[in-house]
Every structure is written in structure tokens, then in C-alpha cells.
Design a protein around this ligand. Structure first.
Ligand code: DP6
Length: 369
């Protein structure tokens, strides 16, 4: 008897231009476009296995080995419904011998290879891995840009439309490298999708250093926080109309030209504006803490001195909906930044990442002991 099963994985992505605000909360349509860098496959990622079988009595989900409830009409159900529709229309309606997988219940098991307690967003990698795993199960994702692509295949951008229904930022994790989520304008959301700006190999010397400041679960979730911002912040309207469109164009150009100075300037400015918008929310939302702010001061000072001495910036910091910092820097500066951060913040016993160098492509920068 045939076993219908597929396993795929998707990495975490870190936004340089932040998504913050929805114009449609059900379809998860954003108020502005955003841009992120997907971390490389071997580091922070979710791996998902899905199985379909006519004997399954219900659809079930396990996260890190623990069974979770599937909320009726919730995000997972919406993703699944879309994927079933694609399977039915593209395969089962065309080939009557194809097994009717879209009518069977499925079992889904997902694991994160990073400590869930580390306070790092796992919904992006989680929903991206879930979407690609079910797409593979349904034989939808044998996409190839060449003419030999199967007629049933769904492109990563098409699958990003589905992952978006799970969590907005998840649509960007369908691609590696540098990824834009185009906000789109259609009420249906069919133009609100992710596209790759450049593959990872385009700029292999760019690294992301993840500094876990606090591994507690965040106080205000992204989902509820951003809605409160949409309802109350005047600054958000300025950001949507006047700031983000120019920044998107400028950062895409900087990435294409591997212009680190411009990339860093825009990334730090956008992180700071996102946190300003959170503060402009009523009641205000504070995601950063004193350690986060110290990291900002250290990097700003490092950049100030470097600008004086070399005319160039060394690093860019960015913070999501929590106190943890992500520092972007080029390979030649990785050692200096790690040493600086470790000097100011000696590592606690409970550090979930005991070897910070593991986060840099798994190899220590030259000359590091
Ligand atoms: C600050 O994608 O987690 O990380 O769409 O409600 O699931 P939902 O929100 P989510 O928000 C991410 C917000 C952010 C910025 C970003 O990743 O662009």
C-alpha cells in the first residue's frame, strides 16, 4: 500500500523593512511591503512532516512532539483549505486515477531545531515549512523555472500566498536569500506575495548574529500589537505612505549592489521606526529592554568610530517584537562584533546558544580561537 508522506524544512527570516499592520486581518494582507533576509538552511529552521491516509479519523498537529489543538476556522485550517483546493483543481480533477488526497485527513508534525524558549519568531519558519511540506505531499511543488515544470506545480510565490494565511512573515521564508513581500492592493490578496530579490549566494559575506537578550515569551504578540498600532498610531500612516515605499526601493538597490553602508543605514532606521510606531500605539508597546538599548549604543558607537576612520559602517542592528537583537555585518567584521558583544555581555550559564560562532555559517571566522 502506498504511503503518502513528505518532509521539508524552512528557515527563519529576519526583516530589514518591517511588516507591522494588516489591512485585512483574515487574509493577512499587510499595510506595507516588507523585506527580509532568510537565514541559511542549516541554522534556525522548522522541519515538517505531513502524512495523508484514508484511515485517519481527524486532522492532527504536533509541535515539537506535543499535540496541539487545531482551531476551527483558524490559520492552519485556512492554509490547509487552500492547499486542498490546489490539489483538487490541479491534479484530481484532471487525472481521475490520482488518489483523492484532498479528501483525506492529514497528520502534521513540526520541529524547530532552535530552542523554542529562545524567544525567536518560529511562526515564520513554521508556517513556511508546513506549507511546503503539504505542497510536496500533494505533489504541487515540483516547480522548476524551466519549461519541464509540471503543469500542476505551484511556484514558491504561489505557495507564499498560502503561507501568508498562516502568518504574514511566513510568506518570506518560502525563499532563501533576500526576499520582498509585496503588499499588493487587491482585496482578494492574490497580489500580496513574496518574491526573491537576490539569492543567498549573491552576497555570501553578509552574516546575521543573533543575540538572545531574553528568552521569555513576549508580552504583546505581533498579531495583537500590530492591530492596536493600526487602530491608534498616526505615525504608522506616515510610515506606510511616506517612508516604506522609498526604503523598499533603496534597500533593493543596495542589496543588488552589495552596498553594505546603505543596507545598514536603512535596516537600523527601519527597526528604530518600527519601535517608534510601537511606542506611538495607545497604550504604548515596549518590545526592547535596557540590554537591547545598550546593544544599540554599542553598535552606534562602533559605526561612528568606523565612519571617522574608514568612511564605512561596520554593523546594522534590528529588533523584532521582543528584546532580542539581530546584528547584520560582513564576514570580515564578525570576530570583532562577537568579541565586543561578549565583552559587554558575558554569557550566562543558561545561554541557549553556548557557541556563538555556530551562528555564522557553522565556521569560526579566521583567527578565532
Ligand atoms: C516584527 O508575521 O508574526 O517580526 O501575520 O499576525 O502572524 P502575523 O504576524 P507576524 O509579524 C511579524 C512582525 C515582525 C516584523 C517582520 O517580520 O516583518
Amino acid at each position: 500500500m502506498a504511503i503518502y508522506q513528505a518532509t521539508t524544512s524552512a528557515p527563519v527570516n529576519i526583516a530589514c523593512i518591517k511588516y507591522w499592520g494588516k489591512r485585512d486581518t483574515t487574509l493577512i494582507l499587510p499595510t506595507n511591503s516588507s523585506l527580509s533576509v532568510t537565514l541559511s538552511q542549516d541554522h534556525l529552521r522548522s522541519t515538517t512532516t505531513s502524512q495523508a491516509d484514508p484511515s485517519f479519523k481527524e486532522t492532527r498537529l504536533w509541535l515539537n512532539g506535543k499535540e496541539e489543538d487545531i482551531k476551527s476556522g483558524g490559520r492552519l485550517e485556512r492554509c490547509l483549505k487552500e492547499l486542498k483546493k490546489m490539489r483538487k483543481e490541479r491534479i484530481e480533477d484532471k487525472d481521475h486515477n490520482a488518489p483523492k488526497l484532498s479528501e483525506w485527513n492529514i497528520h502534521v508534525a513540526s520541529y524547530n531545531n532552535f530552542p523554542t524558549a529562545a524567544g525567536l519568531a518560529s511562526s515564520a519558519s513554521g508556517f513556511a515549512a508546513l506549507t511546503s511540506s503539504i505542497a510536496a505531499l500533494y505533489d504541487l511543488n515540483n516547480f522548476s523555472p524551466s519549461s519541464s515544470a509540471k503543469p500542476s506545480a505551484a511556484s514558491p510565490s504561489e505557495l507564499s500566498l498560502v503561507a501568508r494565511l498562516g502568518s504574514g512573515s511566513a510568506c518570506r521564508s518560502l525563499f532563501g536569500g533576500f526576499v520582498a513581500w509585496e503588499a499588493g492592493s487587491l482585496p482578494s490578496g492574490t497580489d500580496s506575495l513574496a518574491v526573491q530579490v537576490a539569492p543567498q549566494e549573491h552576497w555570501p559575506t553578509l552574516h546575521a548574529l543573533i543575540c538572545v537578550v531574553n528568552d521569555a515569551k513576549k508580552g504583546t504578540s505581533s498579531t495583537s500589537g500590530m492591530q492596536r498600532t493600526v487602530e491608534t498610531s498616526a505615525l504608522l500612516q506616515h510610515r506606510i505612505k511616506e517612508v516604506v515605499p522609498q526604503r523598499m526601493d533603496a534597500i533593493i538597490k543596495a542589496i543588488k549592489e552589495k552596498d553594505f553602508d546603505t543596507f545598514a543605514k536603512i535596516t537600523t532606521a527601519d527597526s528604530n521606526q518600527f519601535h517608534a510606531v510601537a511606542l506611538d500605539t495607545a497604550p504604548p508597546i515596549f518590545y526592547m529592554n535596557d540590554v537591547s538599548r545598550s546593544i544599540i549604543s554599542i553598535i552606534e558607537e562602533l559605526n561612528r568610530v568606523s565612519l571617522l576612520n574608514t568612511g564605512h559602517l561596520v554593523a546594522a542592528y534590528t529588533f523584532d517584537a521582543g528584546p532580542n537583537a539581530v546584528i547584520y555585518t560582513e564576514e570580515k567584521n564578525v570576530k570583532q562584533i562577537i568579541e565586543l558583544v561578549l565583552r559587554y555581555f558575558p554569557q550566562a550559564e543558561s545561554n541557549p546558544f553556548p557557541d556563538p560562532f555556530q551562528l555564522f555559517g557553522g565556521k569560526q571566522p579566521a583567527g578565532t580561537t
